[in-house]
Design a protein around this ligand. Sequence first.
Ligand code: TGC
Ligand code: FAD
Length: 389
Amino acid sequence: MLDYVDLEADLDEEERMVRDTAREFVESEYKPIVGDHYIDGTFPTDIIPKLGELGFYAPNLDGYGLPGLSETAYGLLMQELEAGDSGLRSMASVQGALVMYPIHAYGSESQRERWLPKLGRGEAVGCFGLTEPEHGSNPAGMDTHAEADRDGDGYVLNGSKTWITNAPIADVAVVWARDRSANGSPVRGFLVETDRDGVTTNEIHEKLSLRASITGEISLQNVFVPEANVLPGVSGMKGPLSCLTQARYGIAWGAVGAARDCFETAREYARDREQFDGPIARFQLQQEKLAEMATQITTAQLLAYRLAELKSEGRLRPQQVSMAKRNNVRMARDQSRIAREILGGNGITADYSPMRHMSNMETVYTYEGTHDIHSLILGHDLTGIAAFE
Ligand code: TGC
Ligand code: FAD
């Protein structure tokens, strides 16, 4: 596997073990089935507990049965899962970074005890409801709101969320809503069990990207949740945005995995495929493509490794994560297309991964903050002038 500047040399035993376990799972159990799931537009839900058994949900958190692995180990895990498919990494990202992280960081003790062990084992599935039909890049404009219940023992939620990964199969949704009963209507996080009266989730079927992942809507109509279901530790947009930083970190690593899988597929194909009486890998035009891919992947990998160092030292800034998400996903989007080119006609089939990765990258380029939004976050950081509006 491509590791051009020998980053492996700096990994400890535990990090190698996590990487190898994930790689082995992806190669032997996931790659053989992903093509069919992609064509059918399904996710293999039977592997959800298996991913839990392997410790793939939030392994960088500790307590509640979670191992507290290093940020590098977590990044390597995301890299290996996305080498399989962005839908597989999404499953782990949403469960770990967007559902378990806020419960761990902002939840009450009883919320943590109730949900973290089950979510960690894959016995329950969570989803993260931030985006709304009219509020995507600007979630602060959200319409979903909570009013104090008349009896004063909870809240009534109304609103709708869309493009929510795993909503149709989730047991619990972390729903971000404006608390109209508090001064200034701050955004709060609510743990909403999906079997509550008034909750409906519909699947979005017409996707041409991230097909091996379940995506849906959440409709909330006069849904009562008790006070005990509110995340007590955070108020304001910092709540959801801090979760996004965790997930974007995983995506910065994951995109490298998808691009690496495209590179390895293209390299092998170029060596095997013969035209004009020899392998196409002997043509300078093809070698230039492989050289550029390897260089782009390696530089993206270096950025991801540096983020891990900063994160483990507690010095990582969200803007640095934006730079890596923006750069590494654009890299994977561009390089997956080049890999597809090297595969010729075969490259458009589900027998090979590059076109699937290329199509997935349209989603990854868009979710967790579009490429444009990350440009603006960086522009703001670099100039001190916000250009969002
Ligand atoms: P702003 O006024 O800038 O900040 C509000 C408060 O939040 C803090 N903050 C952050 N904290 C941690 N991480 C971040 N990335 C943070 N960004 C901001 C900030 O310091 C402030 O704190 P405080 O204490 O002063 O209150 O917030 P804003 O509402 O103006 O945000 C602007 C903007 C455009 C950057 C933000 O809205 C944004 O990032 N928009 C993009 C939306 C987005 O990424 N949506 C993703 C939805 S989830 C998803 O896509 C899951 S895909 C899952 C999968 O399948 O993998
Ligand atoms: P819009 O915000 O409408 O943007 C449309 C275009 O306008 C984009 O090109 C954007 O870059 C540009 N634009 C917007 N604002 C500006 C600006 N200020 N300056 C310049 N250009 C701008 N969300 C969740 O909450 N939970 C999930 O689990 C989840 N999973 C997803 C899964 C999939 C498959 C997809 C596709 C999306 C998912 N999302 C999820 C939603 C995702 O985060 C949003 O799609 C994303 O934030 C963009 O919002 P939007 O689609 O409404 O686009």
